[in-house]
Design a protein around this ligand. Sequence first.
Ligand SMILES: [Zn+2]
Length: 87
Amino acid sequence: MRVVTHDEDQPYPDFETRADARHSAERLIKNLAKSRTAKHRDLAKKLDQCDSEDPCLSGACPRCLRTHRVRWIADICDLVLNEWRHA
Ligand SMILES: [Zn+2]
């Protein structure tokens, strides 16, 4: 579940902030931890241990998803600036 604050003062109001990703992760972890399914509780533990020094890299992780999106945008910008410009 992706939550975006739509803060018009942000340069990219439709892109989740770090705080948005953290809040989404907290809510997801809380709900998964209450599950009767062991796999859900295991995922909650994995997401709960995720941090910038040791990312979990789960496709379910709002924090890792945001990081991936930011890096993807940076890679596209780098490609346009350094490769397409000279094509
Ligand atoms: Zn993660």
